[in-house]
Design a protein around this ligand. Structure first.
Ligand SMILES: Cc1cc2nc3c(=O)[nH]c(=O)nc-3n(C[C@H](O)[C@H](O)[C@H](O)COP(=O)(O)O)c2cc1C
Length: 340
């Protein structure tokens, strides 16, 4: 009944109401502790399913994500100063399972984010649950990234910085911003994992350059990938999406798409990254809804999985289904053996 009502609300209002309900719910996790205790993140976690960035940009509800059964949650993106008055931004439903979001990265800024995380850390939860901070400097300023790192290092288990995929022949020049950000973060991170989140791309030269330069700069792994920006919409040939349009004399499509159609691009990216960086940690993100998506990403080389749209569109049942599935799949070696 309530879920039908929520479905009728605009997507952004539905998200706010869902977040409120989830953060107030006191129910025990219905999903099992599947025993995928692993050494990938600094704390032992009970499964490989995490919440992806953008769902909780204020670090409002880490306890709720833990109660829901997630093994980890990536909070943010957070910037030093509040962005878009702290409002998360607009979004639109696409088909049965997709979303387009405005790409505004609205958040309340570092002070509120850190206070919320501190309250979570001061509570007695969090022992078998990892929290990551997805940090962002809108203009790629190393000093902002350093400030975010210093303020959050005692409150989080890992960091992620966002890197756009350059659509240019000058790949190395275009990567200088993210390289500067990674270098600025490595000291303040005090040995905690530093991941780089990579937008969907099919360009091998870009992935090769990213792997080489980001790992050299001090990154420990990748979140691959993210939602697909309207600028990269030709990566989905033959698929027409209802992009929002910014008016004026020269209207432009904007926003970023998340949905099942994203899966194959990001899956190929995970496979390439694993080949190029056999020892790096890879967190898969993009179009994960079913057990078969987990199997495919694990087979391609992912260590952990993140979900965003499956929760936004499918609610807590979707999360619980994926946590059960994660428990059934086992390790990559077991998956490969079963496939033989
Ligand atoms: C409404 C919305 C907001 C998002 N905001 C962010 C963000 O602030 N930072 C970020 O790194 N990714 C953000 N993302 C991308 C997601 O974290 C995720 O990588 C992407 O949606 C693909 O995963 P999915 O198919 O499970 O949704 C956002 C996605 C959506 C749908």
């Amino acid at each position: 009944m309530l879920s039908k009502l929520i479905d009728r609300l605009p997507a952004a209002s539905a998200r706010k109401l869902n977040l409120l309900l989830l953060s107030r719910s006191r129910s025990e996790p219905a999903a099992p502790r599947t025993g995928h205790i692993n050494h990938i993140l600094p704390r032992l976690i009970p499964n490989r399913i995490g919440l992806a960035a953008g769902f909780d940009p204020s670090a409002q509800a880490p306890a709720a994500w833990q109660r829901l059964g997630f093994g980890f949650a990536e909070l943010g993106s957070v910037t030093v100063n509040a962005k878009n008055s702290g409002k998360a931004g607009r979004e639109w439903r696409v088909g049965e399972r997709g979303l387009i979001h405005s790409g505004e990265f609205g958040n309340p800024g570092l002070t509120v984010f850190a206070e919320n995380l501190k309250a979570f850390r001061d509570s007695d939860g969090g022992s078998d649950f990892c929290v990551g901070a997805n940090i962002l400097s809108p203009d790629g300023r190393g000093n902002e990234i350093r400030m975010l790192g210093q303020a959050l290092v005692d409150l989080v288990d890992y960091f992620t910085v966002n890197a756009s995929c350059p659509n240019t022949a000058m790949v190395q020049t275009a990567l200088s911003g993210p390289i500067r950000e990674i270098k600025a973060l490595v000291g303040p991170a005090e040995g905690k994992p530093v991941f780089v989140k990579i937008e969907p791309t099919v360009r091998l030269d870009v992935l090769e350059a990213m792997v080489e330069s980001f790992l050299l700069a001090g990154a420990t792994g990748f979140v691959a990938g993210s939602s697909l920006s309207s600028h990269s919409r030709d990566l989905l040939p033959g698929i027409t999406l209802p992009w929002p349009v910014r008016g004026g004399p020269h209207p432009v499509k904007f926003g970023a798409f998340s949905g099942p159609e994203l899966r194959d691009i990001n899956l190929a990216m995970v496979a390439t990254l694993r080949r190029l960086a056999p020892d790096a940690t890879i967190i898969a993100s993009g179009g994960i809804y079913e057990k078969s998506d987990l199997e495919d990403y694990l087979g391609a080389g992912a260590d952990l999985f993140q979900i965003h749209t499956a929760l936004a569109r499918g609610g807590r049942e979707a999360v619980e289904r994926l946590i059960y599935a994660d428990g059934e799949i086992g390790t990559r070696a077991q998956l490969m053996q079963a496939a033989e």
